[in-house]
Design a binder for this molecule. Structure first.
Ligand code: CLF
Ligand code: SF4
Length: 468
């Protein structure tokens, strides 16, 4: 990877897997309107425990968004990116979006600017994005075939009229592909997000991955559909199922040969704040932000010092393991001929360390450990107690739900764990391990894998040995 691009992504938590352990982003929820309808979206439903695109608790004016961004950047020196990702489409709200960028660039020029769009209005906005130094743009591309698109998008709003069905999908696809090529020409790093919808576009996404790579996309992020009846989305109400973690991983592995893949996406809310997977939005409501006193110069100094310290730490790691990629570049790795089969492990992690008590973890990072090393393949959310109203559903056995979420994992690494969950995890075939607290995640995962190997627990079956 060219040095200039390596530097450009080194502190962007979405474009670099390593960076996501250290750097935070804030989404400014300034863009309410959207020009298309996706069958998986309902922007009216909000729940403080809900993390999915299109969800916000507070819509902000550009001035409020900048005030909030400065408050967040003062309190969280890890903040390196301000993104606009909704709750509608940023490019359908250009005055609000670009006013936010303009005001922020004056007050905090060190923060990167980022946009996420459905792509319909993108070709007309590329020049303006470049003028505002927006160096990272995400386009959600779920298909390149209008027949597939017609099953995902019931309508688009295009040139003053509502267009439906196959015609709508064809226009959207053309605009997305055109916009992607224009970004690549301008040197703006384009990431493509695709929502995997079983039975609709799951097989088709392999083709999509090849097509967007050919058009110059930097990274592809394959995300599972989120569809629950209570969200009131078309797919949720119609009972469209989401992919299983194993189905998503199989698709990611298939696409990994063609395209650099992002596997650490948390499908953030449009008003998310903080490190990925650690939403601190509740600390920064406008009421709280207005009451904060901020020393801008001191805050900027803290951010610069933090970034210099992380850069030095990562450089040291790079010197120790020069073959390790500093960014997310999961491509299909050759199967190791070594003995010892791959193992999935869940880690209660924070800031790159085995950090959390099992019972306090809100999510687990999932690693595949093998002789080739530890590879992050995704995350799973831990079940949470819900204190909302009665309609929000029963707080059934949280431990049982969490154990179900960890299906397929053979070990779970955490800083501490109580007896009851230990017993239940063991009974479910998942070995708890609290012996690597505060160690770097990948070192800990590999240490546990080697312990399992030494104990003779990773012998491949005859069939597996033939395939390796
Ligand atoms: Fe936000 Fe998106 Fe920019 Fe990141 S999120 S606008 S690129 S700063 Fe990141 Fe969140 Fe996944 Fe998006 S984890 S949903 S990929
Ligand atoms: Fe919702 Fe985004 Fe789709 Fe618009 S483009 S309908 S905001 S998911």
């Amino acid at each position: 990877m060219p040095e200039a691009i390596r530097r450009q992504v080194a502190d962007h938590p979405c474009y670099s897997e390593q960076a996501h352990h250290h750097f935070a982003r804030m989404h400014a929820a300034v863009a309410p309107a959207c020009n298309i309808q996706c069958h998986y979206c309902n922007r009216k439903y909000d729940c403080a425990n809900e993390s999915r695109p299109g969800v916000v608790s507070e819509l902000l004016s550009p001035e409020q968004a900048v005030r909030k961004a400065l408050a967040v950047a003062a309190a969280i020196p890890q903040m390196s990116v301000l993104g606009i990702a909704g709750p509608g489409d940023p490019l359908v709200n250009p005055e609000r979006t670009f006013a936010t960028f303009r005001l922020l660039a004056e007050k905090a020029p060190d923060l990167k600017l980022c946009v996420s769009t459905n792509g319909l209005a993108l070709p007309d906005a590329v020049s303006e994005l470049a003028r505002h130094n927006v160096a990272h743009v995400t386009i959600t591309i779920n298909c390149i075939d209008p027949d597939v698109g017609a099953q995902i998008y019931p309508w688009i709003f295009w040139q003053g009229r509502r267009v439906r069905g196959r015609e709508a999908a064809a226009i959207l696809i053309e605009q997305q592909q055109k916009g992607l090529a224009m970004l690549a020409e301008r040197g703006i790093l384009a990431k493509v997000n695709s929502v995997m919808i079983p039975g609709v576009n799951d097989r088709h996404l392999v083709e999509v991955s090849k097509a967007v790579k050919a058009k110059g996309a930097f990274l592809h992020n394959l995300m599972p559909l989120i569809a629950e009846a209570e969200h009131g989305t078309f797919y949720g109400v119609m009972g469209q199922r989401s992919p299983t973690p194993a189905e998503l991983k199989a698709l990611q592995d298939e696409c990994a040969g063609d395209m650099a893949l992002m596997r650490h996406c948390r499908q953030c809310r449009a008003d998310a704040v903080g490190l990925l997977g650690e939403d601190r939005g509740a600390e920064f409501t406008m009421e709280k932000v207005e009451a904060m006193e901020i020393d801008f110069d001191a805050a900027l100094q803290r951010r610069l010092e933090f970034r210099a310290a992380v850069a030095a730490e990562l450089e040291t790691k790079r010197e120790r393991a020069p073959q390790a990629s500093p960014v997310t570049l999961h491509r299909r790795a050759p199967r190791p001929a070594d003995d010892g089969r791959p193992v999935l492990m869940a880690v209660a992690a924070k800031r790159g360390l085995v950090f959390e008590h099992f019972g306090h973890a809100r999510e687990f990072l999932i690693y595949e450990a093998s002789a080739a090393g530890a590879k992050l393949i995704g995350h799973r959310r831990a079940a949470q107690y819900c204190f909302g109203d009665a309609e929000c559903g029963e707080a059934e056995d949280v431990l049982a739900q969490t154990i179900r979420a960890l299906a397929g994992c053979e070990a779970v690494l955490c800083s501490r764990i109580g007896w009851e969950p230990w017993r239940e995890l063991e009974a479910a075939g998942i070995q708890p391990n609290g012996e690597h607290a505060m160690e770097p995640v990948e070192d800990a995962v590999m240490a546990v894998w080697r312990e399992m190997l030494a104990a003779g627990r990773l012998v491949r079956s005859v069939a597996e040995q033939r395939c390796a």
